[in-house]
Design a binder for this molecule. Sequence first.
Ligand SMILES: [Zn+2]
Length: 417
Amino acid sequence: MPLKSILNQLQKFKSFVYANVVWSASGQELEVHLRPRKNSRPVCVECRRPGPIYDHQRQARRFEFVPLWGIAVFFVYRMRRVDCPDCNRVVIEQVPWGDGKHRTTTTYRWFLANWAKRLSWQEVAVISHTSWQTVYRSVRYAVLWGIAHDTWKNVVSIGIDEIAWRKGHKYLTLVYQIDEGRKRLLFIAEERTQEALHRFFDRLLPEQIVELKFVVSDMWRNYLDVVRDRAGNAVHILDRFHVMKKLNEAVDQVRRDETRRLKADGYEPVLKQTRWCLLKRPENLSDRQTVTLQELLTYNLRTVRAWLLREDFQRFWEYRTASWAGRFLNEWMTRTLRSRLEPLKKVALSLRAHRPLLLNWFRANGALSAGVVEGFNGKAKLTMKKAYGYRTHEALQIALYHTLGKLPEPNFTHRFW
Ligand SMILES: [Zn+2]
């Protein structure tokens, strides 16, 4: 079966035909020559209307297609120019396998973009014998197409998260749809300002805002304010992941303060051992260090106590009703505020200030799964880590949408991947 008829089966064009398939001059590539069907008129690339031919370009243009048996394949076609009566000027024609600007066929771009979901962009470039730039442009094309064709239908629950990048100097605001059966990244904005989140709500139609039932976020003031203003009817919940993250940071702060104090008091050599080991094996300490176990226990107890308070807070999420959880919260607050562990007290105070939002978790009544924002956060971080070479902010956003967005794709007559 000639290649031509295979191509006709996989991807047939209304106004163009495959003329022949030949080796390129170098003998390294396959060239699929195309020509217009008889009596077909070129279509203006601007207004997409057919018009009379003005002339043919002197040189044929090459568009890279999906490789075959490891051999690069190119579509070769001499573009026509249209004397467009609607645009009132001479314009290049529109071809169905690509567009004038790209040197790759649309099919090849989708091919690369789909592989880029499974492999790094660099790996896709290497196995496809193409450049990182071409892979990036293909992914970008797929993402922009997806965003343009996406409808935010039936979004009932959203999760708002922020993520640090460039070593914490910059933040992104990420909004996820977290409904059962439909979990995906919806929106990315630069910074974590009020304005950033406003931009998400600006994209929602009034009826879509009414549909919103649950909004999950952390205690970041900017987010709290915007959610209150823009989604006042939804139940706003402080989610488990962010609350526990704050507590973890507080425990770590206690540990670091304590470490510093030990150092200042001349116990630095001791610190080279792990502190747990230290507690177990005091007999290993040299005389010179003159460490009294009692002293060390006092020091370590701060970290241990902080850690225990954090562990205890896990119980909060296991309650079935807000009233019992509220009672637990009171009791935990009292203990924590008396603990003299400043970083934990700080978290406890802000939790107390947002008590209703914290207890809203129980109003959602199991409609939301606890780990979903955390899961996305992990995946987003992984995407950023793999983002070797994403020097620009745009590339990072494209990668995040591509991996987490579950964006729509066109209906293909044949998928080449
Ligand atoms: Zn036109």
